[in-house]
Design a protein. Structure first.
Length: 99
């Protein structure tokens, strides 16, 4: 029965109930708005001595693979160029006409 009730709750209702449980609010109070909940979180963090820094930037959490791929791409190009030069030198020595 509890599973049916939890699955029927919207995301907002689950969020509000989790915040109420976290702050020990009883059911007699009316639901808080998002701004009021954020203010309560900020006050709780300040009273605990934890600086509220917010969420980290997305680039820090999920680094871009583009720079890593471009590094491998350029390294591959350099290796191919070196092989081409070495192959041309070898081919040139093999094609020399002996007097």
């Amino acid at each position: 029965m509890k599973e049916d009730r939890e699955s029927s709750l919207t995301a907002w209702e689950r969020y509000v109930s989790a915040k109420k449980a976290a702050f020990g609010a009883d059911d007699a109070n009316e639901p808080l708005s998002l701004e009021q909940l954020e203010e309560a979180i900020a006050q709780a963090a300040a009273s605990a001595g934890i600086p509220e820094t917010g969420m980290p930037p997305r680039a820090e959490v999920h680094p871009v693979k583009r720079s890593q791929l471009s590094r491998w791409f350029y390294l591959t190009l350099v290796v191919l160029f070196a092989l081409l030069v070495a192959g041309l030198f070898w081919w040139g020595r093999e094609q020399q006409i002996s007097p």
